[in-house]
Design a protein around this ligand. Structure first.
Ligand code: HEM
Ligand SMILES: *[C@@H]1O[C@H](CO)[C@@H](O)[C@H](O)[C@H]1NC(C)=O
Ligand SMILES: CC(=O)N[C@H]1CO[C@H](CO)[C@@H](O)[C@@H]1O
Length: 479
């Protein structure tokens, strides 16, 4: 008995030691050997515990302390700055975190070595622009950009989204009290329906919204495909969404002339350099990818705009002045994309909102080969986490970064320090669309309404996306 006990007591420290060092020994040690042959080093850092890696540290900063940027600051303190790269193990894979402008730029540019890899292709759509790499990506991307990023496309979009938005704001004022997140989500989806497939608000649009909601939920879940799992449900939902959109595609085939009334028409009729159009499946996959890319992001940006303007009345006042002038010239008409490009201050508020919202906090890439950067190695098969939010909240890149100050955009930004939309060949395809929608919202809000935060001391949450904890509850009325 005593012998056993002393054996067990003796084993505990050994087990503890193994638990503590396992990931280092398993993942980092073999790579370090390869590195020393090549005369480079693995970036400093800590691989954490088996299976979980640094998940608990991550959650500690993001969920408990709610100071996410301290996650990186603590690494800088512990391991020094180096070139802004740290090794870790997170979300099921050994990773290199990059958090300085120049190394991020390097990763974006080396898009052959660092590819985007989505886990569940059947949910995202195998031929969607976000799923493919290399030549296939460039081809699909040109279709998507043609449909949503060209000046004439943006002009149409600006006209299409305003009626819904204006009537939504009127309804908010009637309610008198709203949760901004819920309301911006509703109007964003109504506009997506209109913009993409000409669906009017009603049971069908509502059904599509529910289906997409469950589909996106499944993208974050474990890919276990049997009845009852979120993933299984997501696959069913995707099939139903596809069926609904397929009916729309068929309807349009029987139409005689080639009219373009929405994005589905637009993307179907674009031809590439060889004169080829997208197949039906490609149209479907990319329309769905655009909805997924645009829905939550636009909702959150709009919510943050409402929040910051309530917090910074001086900004709202200046916005009003600029926009009142525009509005008087327009005599009640909707504003155009040309008006928007002349609204200098409004555009600064747009950039500042997007900078501070940090909707895309980090991006993932997979290293397809060993890559060396300034004496440090990113090993083949590891993930790269581009820690975008740290660029935008680091005082070395932006003075007094937590202050909402649109005037900072008078001067140009330090190169590579503003990567809210990512960078390189995959930079957000909807970035101009997102900006124009936000400018339109700012215009109609500031010209016609006043609002106040009901919980101005509400804290913030950072997962799955940054947001005030109360999702921005405000009292809302006509000016
Ligand atoms: C302010 C709101 C938005 C933010 C912050 C944002 C952010 C981003 C980021 C960071 C990426 C790069 C992903 C990566 O490299 O891994 C991206 C890609 C993309 N975004 Fe956005 N986005 C926004 C709005 C939109 C909207 C409104 C749409 C479309 C309606 C859209 C469609 C896309 C698409 C299709 C891609 C993939 C591009 C490609 O892989 O070539 N985004 N977005
Ligand atoms: C930025 O530019 C605007 C208009 O040109 C000016 O009114 C404002 O004072 C400037 N702000 C700063 C901080 O330079
Ligand atoms: C705050 C602001 O930019 N105000 C501008 C409003 O528009 C007039 C004329 O377009 C400008 O003179 C103001 O500077």
């Amino acid at each position: 008995m005593e012998v056993w006990l002393s054996w067990i007591m003796g084993l505990i420290p050994v087990l503890g030691w193994l638990l503590w060092w396992w990931n280092e020994i398993w993942y980092a040690l073999p790579v370090e050997r390869r590195c020393s042959v090549a005369g480079v080093k693995l970036p400093p850092g800590n691989m954490g515990f088996p299976l979980f890696g640094e998940l608990f540290t991550f959650l500690w900063y993001f969920k408990i302390l709610r100071r996410p940027d301290e996650f990186i600051n603590s690494k800088r303190q512990k391991y020094g700055d180096g070139v802004g790269m740290y090794r870790t193990y997170l979300f099921g894979s050994p990773c290199i975190i990059t958090c300085f402008p120049s190394v991020n730029k390097f990763v974006f540019r080396a898009n052959k070595a660092f590819i985007l890899e989505w886990p569940n292709a059947e949910l995202m759509g195998a031929t969607s622009v976000v799923m493919v790499n290399g030549k296939a990506h460039a081809r699909l991307r040109s279709f998507v950009l043609n449909a949503i990023n060209r000046p004439d496309a943006l002009r149409q979009i600006a006209a299409l989204v305003q009626p819904r938005l204006v009537s939504a704001l009127e309804m908010w004022a009637q309610k008198g009290r709203i949760v901004a997140y819920h309301e911006t989500k509703k109007v964003t989806f109504e506009n997506i329906g209109k913009l993409f497939v000409s669906f009017e608000p009603g049971p069908q649009l509502h059904e599509v919204e529910q289906l997409l909601h469950d589909m996106v939920k499944g993208m974050r879940a474990q890919p276990l495909n049997f009845p009852g799992t979120a993933y299984h449900r997501a696959r069913q939902c995707r099939k139903k969404v596809e069926a609904i959109f397929r009916v729309e595609i068929e309807k349009r085939k029987s139409r005689s002339e080639e009219t373009i009334t929405d994005l589905l028409d637009g993307i179907k009729q674009i031809k590439d350099e060889e004169g080829n159009k997208l197949s039906d499946q490609e149209v479907l996959d990319n329309i769905i990818a655009l909805v997924v890319g645009g829905y939550e992001s636009t909702t959150l940006e709009s919510m943050w705009a409402i929040y910051y303007l309530a917090k910074y009345p001086i900004v709202l006042k200046k916005l009003r002045e600029e926009n009142m002038t525009i509005s008087q010239n327009k005599k009640g008409e909707f504003i155009t994309s040309e008006d928007i490009s002349s609204m200098k201050y409004t555009n600064k508020v747009v950039e500042e909102t997007i900078r501070m919202a940090n909707v895309a906090a980090f991006l993932f890439r997979l290293a397809t080969k060993d890559v060396d950067y300034k004496g440090y190695r990113i090993p083949k098969g590891w993930k790269v986490i581009l820690w975008l939010r740290y660029l935008h909240t680091n005082p070395e890149n932006f003075d007094d970064p937590m202050c909402f100050n649109p005037d900072r955009w008078n001067e140009s930004v330090k190169s590579g320090a503003y990567q809210v939309f990512g960078g390189g060949s995959r930079i957000c395809a909807g970035n101009m669309l997102a900006r124009i929608q936000l400018a339109i919202l700012l215009h109609h809000l500031s010209v016609g309404y006043k609002w106040e935060l009901l919980n101005s001391d509400a804290g913030f949450v950072f997962l799955p996306h940054p947001a005030p904890a109360d999702r921005v509850e405000v009292s809302f009325s006509k000016l």
